[in-house]
Ligand binder design. Sequence first.
Ligand code: ADP
Ligand code: MG
Length: 285
Amino acid sequence: MNTPIERLHTALESLGLKENLLEQASKKEPSYADFLDELLSCEVDARRTRYLRAKLQLAHLPFLKTFEQFDFSFQPSLDERQIRELRSLRFIHEASNVIFLGPPGVGKTHLSVALAEAAIRAGLGAYFITAHDLATDLGRAYREGRLDRRMRIYLAPKVLVIDEVGYLPLDDLGTTIFFQLVSARYERSSIILTSNKSYGDWGSIFGDPIIATAILDRLLHHSTTINIRGESYRLKDRRKAGLVPPREQERSAAATSLASASVAPKTRQKAALGSTASEAKEAHP
Ligand code: ADP
Ligand code: MG
């Protein structure tokens, strides 16, 4: 036959509660109220953790990154005050959008995920998908005659992250569905979007400048655009490993080549484009 203490240990363990609560209690001899208070707040914490974990799983985030893990000193073009304002999550309550623009590796997805994580912590639903997966999923739903039902998945959350708009062009159906989605969420719920293409180039994503304008019109009416102009964070690690020359050397080399030969800038441009393309690939292993 188990003793009451053994049974308590088993019960605490199966509830996922702190076992050392018992030890503490036998040492400190707290009042019943204090002991119960400690026990219940433990259970409340545990439930909150389980709830958050479930919500984070539902959001389909590609990785879990927070603002604390973001090195702002590496990205001086970012206005920290603007990011602080976004972290207040007011934009979600105002059904306003956030668009991160910039080349690969500058932290667009990281910051989008951090905002989604903050929203979930605040009890607001979030969902993450890439533009390509979104178009594929809804395109299939359309062909199977269940577009409206499937669309609800992307309309329900308070925040929808649409990542990597512009890496791959959308076909006519993808573009039409994208427009429908943006229109349906307009002034109702927020979109966080990332793109490597500046707004002027969006015509090429959607294959039609008129529909691109219509999408941008709704997307930007209530929105914040964050343009990240810095360099890839992934490159930083490669620089450290000595695979890429340090920034100073690169700059002085650039200055020399600009001064000496007129063909040099083109070569550099090509090299830069090459590294961008390989980085884009690296982002989707
Ligand atoms: P993007 O979406 O702009 O291509 P990511 O957000 O995927 O770039 O960033 C690439 C990787 O570098 C990720 O692992 C991300 O967490 C990290 N990263 C990017 N910028 C920073 C930064 N300023 N501080 C810390 N980590 C960063
Ligand atoms: Mg990204």
